[in-house]
Design a binder for this molecule. Structure first.
Ligand SMILES: [Zn+2]
Length: 54
């Protein structure tokens, strides 16, 4: 597993390096989340986050 700037939760902005995180693939891009709660927010409005990392 590589860590880079994409290992930041796009919903809450938390850096996930060295922590447990959840991975979601959407439109061929991987996103990382700190909790199912943030995944829920992402799923409600994925277009808001599709250009991550900005
Ligand atoms: Zn989060």
């Amino acid at each position: 597993m590589m860590f880079n700037k994409k290992n930041t939760d796009p919903v809450c902005g938390m850096t996930l390096e060295g922590k447990n995180f959840l991975r979601v693939e959407y439109n061929g891009t991987e996103y990382y989340f700190c909790s199912p709660n943030c995944i829920e927010k992402f799923n409600m409005e994925p277009s808001k986050y599709k250009n991550w990392p900005f």
